[in-house]
Design a protein around this ligand. Structure first.
Ligand SMILES: Nc1ncnc2c1ncn2[C@@H]1O[C@H](COP(=O)(O)OP(=O)(O)OP(=O)(O)O)[C@@H](O)[C@H]1O
Length: 323
């Protein structure tokens, strides 16, 4: 069954099926970024298709957050272009959502109102409420209903009416994720989202990401667009391998960029189903590759050696067709 799913996914991405046309959900095209004289990113290129769950890893200070902010549109790059669904990201838009390590919920709102807040803000204005009060009430009820659906999805059905101060850190982070998802972003960025959580809570949230990915697979199997395209920044290489279907690594140690980081690792990750044993020992070789590519200063000359994601997928697709 898993094999069938994989073939569907490969076929869909190879044909650009879910983008509506041949556009990827996210394209990072020859992106450079510098803060004054300090070069941080150097010729970063990446294409992410709808439904992919990409883990972004790299040493501290190499430019992961800078890249996320370029995708978000808050800090457009000093060179190159970031496109979301074909449109250059020159300012923030609802196409891209972000969740940070430290939650940013409204303390005076319950979980469901926190989740619904973005929709309410986005779709109603004061004159609209004044002139169409019954319509606004109806819309508000719909927003809250949608918030409840999202809270069910992130496993917080029973916590709808709790305030942030009554929730644990893991619960607050789930609310923050639901809050971002309700806007249906084309790309959701998670910047070290589980970094401040204890190990058990972290594992629960990792499981939640695996469940979202299963929804993508089910959508693909039903010939529908997969709902979640996610980029997660993490310092934990095991987490990167466990939750993602693709690992991308940035490093400053390469030969043709004086200091600026570029992509030195881009390979498929092993895929785990929710509830499957988290047997990462089998993938120790891949983890060692990641460590070598991303952290080792001596990994410089042949820095494209592990940038093979699309070739590996095309090879897999060709094998499947020939089989
Ligand atoms: N606004 C800024 N002005 C000047 N330098 C900056 C600015 N923001 C980041 N930097 C520098 O750019 C480099 C990359 O920072 P960035 O936060 O993108 O790295 P990172 O990989 O996300 O780091 P970490 O993993 O520690 O969060 C760092 O050396 C940082 O000091």
């Amino acid at each position: 069954m898993r094999f069938v799913y994989e073939l569907l996914v490969i076929g869909a991405w190879t044909l650009g099926f879910f983008s509506g046309d041949s556009m990827a959900n996210l394209e990072i095209d020859h992106v450079h970024h510098a803060y004054g004289p300090k070069k941080v990113l150097n010729d970063v290129n990446l294409r992410v298709e709808a439904g992919q769950l990409v883990a972004l890893v790299g040493p501290s200070g190499c430019g992961k957050s800078t890249l996320l902010h370029a995708i978000l549109g808050t800090h457009p790059p000093t060179g190159g272009v970031v496109r979301v669904a074909g449109e250059p990201m020159l300012r923030p838009s609802r196409d891209v959502g972000i969740v940070y390590q430290h939650y940013s919920l409204y303390d005076f709102l319950t979980a469901r109102k926190n989740v619904a807040f973005g929709l309410m803000l986005n779709e109603t204005s004061a004159p609209y409420r004044f002139f169409n009060y019954p319509g606004w009430l109806r819309q508000r009820a719909e927003h809250l209903e949608r918030a409840d659906e999202l809270l069910d999805k992130v496993g917080l059905t029973a916590a709808r009416d709790l305030y942030p101060s009554q929730m644990s850190g893991g619960m607050r982070q789930r609310v923050a994720i639901a809050q971002a998802l309700i806007m249906k972003p084309r790309v959701l960025l998670l910047d070290e989202p589980f970094g401040a959580l204890d190990e058990a809570t972290r594992e629960e949230l990792q499981l939640m990401l695996l469940q979202l990915y299963e929804e993508n697979l089910a959508a693909i199997a039903a010939n529908e667009p997969p709902p979640y395209t996610i980029i997660i920044v993490t310092h934990e290489l095991n987490e990167a391998l466990y939750v993602s279907d693709r690992v991308v690594g940035l490093s400053q140690y390469h030969t043709d960029g004086a200091n600026g980081a570029t992509i030195v690792y881009d390979r498929p990750a092993p895929r785990f189903k929710p509830g499957e044993p988290k047997d990462l020992a089998k993938f120790v070789q891949q983890k060692n590759e990641m460590v070598e590519a991303v952290f080792s200063e001596s990994f410089a000359k042949d820095h494209r050696r592990y940038v093979t994601f699309w070739e590996e997928y095309e090879k897999k697709a060709a094998t499947a067709v020939g089989a």
